[in-house]
Design a protein around this ligand. Structure first.
Ligand code: SAM
Length: 335
């Protein structure tokens, strides 16, 4: 295994081997929890990383110990040159994966295979078409549902990401778990997180404990199997005995997993964020364009990473719009 160089190790000795790259701020859905209804001010096109710049920055990270890259957005597949980017990044000695809303993923099956992209996370918050329209503000449920089944049929390792919002889709938790009975997928329930303009309210968040109380009321203790979580896993993994797939909870709010965090994020305009929740970021693109060495900036950004959730170490701090409101919207970070 490749050794992580010093520049990706922070002051709490966490090694950052996992880079998430946002390819675009654009999306073909308008999920209410992800972006404000009025949209977000987009970066000028000239401020967005070109495919060459993405490759150069990604290579710097891989040369320094990154072993896993996930492409996200916005919706990564709406970027015009996405195929070129996938093919370039696939030449790096690092695992490549993608998060998508799956609306147009059927157009990319061959490219994904050619680039050895096996792990695909699909965002899907409901199994009901009318609710899908409400939460995404777009009428694309059938496309997404059929594409999800297509990805499974084509042999990809598929995880569904479902953000749980009380009163909206908490009544579908068991339906989602039953979806894993015959399908070899993992459904991951994500605790609703606060970002700029997403009208977060703790009362709307369905916690890990609440999900498990519900699961325990529907299945017997013997049926619920706690699976071994992978190293650096953000999710607590379970399965129902005899079911083909599994389910998990990503509890960034009630049970943060910062101790084992190995993630670092690059936004579409080439800024480095050392934490999903941090309100600060470092511009890598301007110095790169000026021909400067970016490793020093990367090292500084990694070193300054807070111990917990961008410094919001209590639920009270996280709840404060003054604090979480300084962060970008999720669509502009890349989840
Ligand atoms: N378009 C791609 C997709 O749909 O997966 C990638 C970008 S999307 C921002 C990445 C993930 O962030 C999605 O799974 C989405 O559900 C999640 N997400 C966005 N806003 C969130 C929030 N407020 N709380 C929890 N998860 C959120």
């Amino acid at each position: 295994m490749k050794k992580t160089q010093n520049i990706l190790t922070d002051s709490f000795k966490r090694e950052h081997t996992y880079l998430r790259i946002s390819l675009t701020e654009l999306c073909n859905l308008r999920c209410t929890y992800c972006m404000p209804s009025e949209g977000i001010p987009l970066s000028p096109k000239s401020h967005i990383m070109t495919f060459d710049e993405i490759y150069t920055i990604a290579k710097t990270f891989v040369d320094n110990g990154v072993t896993k890259i996930r492409l996200t957005g916005g919706e990564p597949l709406v970027r015009r040159d996405v195929e070129v980017i996938l093919k370039r990044l696939a030449t790096l000695p690092s695992e490549l994966s993608i998060s998508t809303n799956a609306v147009i993923v059927d157009r990319f099956i061959d490219t994904l295979k050619e680039c050895n992209i096996n792990n695909i996370n699909v965002s899907l918050d409901t199994l009901k078409a009318d609710k899908f329209d409400t939460i995404t503000r777009r009428n694309q449920f059938d496309k997404v549902y059929n594409n999800l089944l297509l990805l499974i049929k084509e042999g990809f390792n598929v995880k569904i990401n479902a953000v749980l919002i009380k009163g909206f889709n908490d009544d579908e938790i068991i339906d989602f778990i039953n979806f894993t009975k015959t399908l070899p997928i993992s459904v991951r329930f994500i605790e609703f997180m606060p970002f700029d303009g997403n009208k977060w309210d703790k009362a709307k968040m369905m916690s890990y404990a609440e999900v498990m109380t519900l699961v325990n009321s529907k299945f017997s203790e013997k049926q619920i199997i706690r699976l071994q979580d992978a190293a650096n896993d953000t999710s607590k993994n379970y399965k129902i005995d005899g079911y083909k797939g599994s389910f998990a909870i990503i509890s960034s709010i009630t049970n943060p997993f910062c101790d084992s965090c190995n993630r670092i994020r690059l936004t579409a305009n080439g800024h480095l964020k050392n934490c999903l929740f941090s309100s600060t970021e470092s511009d890598l693109l301007t110095p790169l364009r000026a021909g400067k060495d970016i490793t020093e900036i990367i090292a500084k950004t990694v070193k300054s990473k807070s111990k917990i959730r961008g410094g919001m170490d209590t639920l009270e701090k996280l709840e404060s719009p003054d604090l979480h409101g300084k962060n970008r919207s999720m669509i502009a970070i890349g989840g």
